[in-house]
Design a protein around this ligand. Structure first.
Ligand SMILES: Cc1cc2nc3c(=O)[nH]c(=O)nc-3n(C[C@H](O)[C@H](O)[C@H](O)COP(=O)(O)O)c2cc1C
Ligand SMILES: Nc1ncnc2c1ncn2[C@@H]1O[C@H](COP(=O)(O)OP(=O)(O)OP(=O)(O)O)[C@@H](O)[C@H]1O
Length: 278
């Protein structure tokens, strides 16, 4: 899979290199079951038409631009992690459009002509609630008309869990409440974060979300070796402490992933001093 970071300076270059394709549209933070359905639907259309499968996402998230940096935005995963999951879903080209004020000001019809038609999209796939264009007034039903019938569309129906729409927003809420077990049901897999060892504890790599303070059952993956253990996140600290000495000695450069299983109820207040370190 090729990941292409599109911006106003390189757009013409990539436009000339694009070929007719089927494209799935959306931000896709966390790649939950709803997102997977959208990408798989686009994949089926691509296969039928013998066309490559593309995904278009944006960075940073439109909300960070619209709030003029006034609200913090918790990403579920960095673009690189999104890319590796999309690759596993059979995506050929992953476009990440640089999101800025000018991009967000595009009228829906401009977005269709400048981005979709120019990148030779012949079929666009998005969920029932995908919005785009100035004041978010564009929707997938408009794409066909705005492209003068050059782009066919498929709108994916709502994927829910026990009646509630699966969304990145809901997943963020579950993480900030430490509801990791429920989160795995909604996400369709365990939440995974990359972390790094600072000599005493783990710190979260950028663009991942730290669960609420508490004790958690996790699996720690180091260079493909997986070990189950428990970790503690103390109050008001962006740190993750081990509760037992692990045989493995972490090196600062180790690529470590934490796979979050569930929260363990604890009676007393958790302080960092109560957490052992290796
Ligand atoms: C070209 C383009 C222009 C957009 N302009 C706006 C805008 O003016 N106002 C807005 O609230 N959202 C705008 N959005 C954001 C989308 O409506 C939507 O919120 C975004 O794609 C992220 O999806 P999500 O909020 O479902 O995660 C725009 C998106 C695109 C692709
Ligand atoms: N539960 C769902 N069922 C069907 N389609 C979905 C679902 N969730 C998202 N999509 C679609 O997947 C694409 C990417 O969605 P987007 O990133 O906006 O996700 P989201 O989970 O709704 O995010 P947020 O909670 O931030 O609004 C869009 O086309 C969107 O319509």
């Amino acid at each position: 899979m090729k990941t292409i970071h599109l911006n106003s300076s390189n757009f013409t270059y990539w436009k000339h290199r694009s070929t007719p394709n089927v494209m799935a549209l959306g931000f896709f933070d966390g790649i939950h079951n709803g997102h997977k359905k959208v990408v798989k639907t686009a994949g089926d259309v691509a296969k039928k038409g013998n066309l490559p499968l593309a995904v278009m996402s944006f960075f940073p998230h439109p909300k960070t631009i619209l709030s003029k940096g006034n609200t913090t935005f918790d990403y579920l995963m960095p673009t690189s992690k999104k890319a590796s999951i999309l690759e596993s879903l059979g995506v050929d080209t992953f476009y990440v459009v640089e999101c800025d004020k000018d991009f967000l000001s595009l009228l829906p019809e401009q977005f269709v002509s400048d981005y979709l038609l120019n990148l030779k999209v012949v079929h666009a796939v998005a969920g029932f609630d995908f919005s785009y264009g100035h004041r978010a007034t564009g929707n997938i039903d408009r794409v066909k008309k705005d492209s003068h019938d050059q782009i066919d569309v498929t709108k994916v129906k709502k994927i829910d869990f026990h009646g509630k729409k699966i969304s990145s927003t809901w997943i963020r809420e579950l993480i900030s409440n430490g509801e990791m077990e429920q989160l795995s049901n909604v996400l369709g897999r365990y939440y995974e974060t990359e972390v790094y060892w600072d000599g005493q504890c783990f710190k979260l790599a950028p663009y991942y979300m730290l669960p609420a303070k508490g004790m958690y059952k996790v699996a720690i993956k180091i260079n493909e070796r997986v070990q189950e253990t428990e970790v503690v996140i103390p109050k008001n600290q962006n740190r993750i402490y081990l509760t037992e000495k692990l045989i493995h000695r972490f090196i600062r450069s180790d690529k470590v992933e934490i796979i979050w299983s569930h929260q363990i109820p604890v009676v007393q207040e958790i302080h960092s001093s109560s957490a052992f370190t290796v």
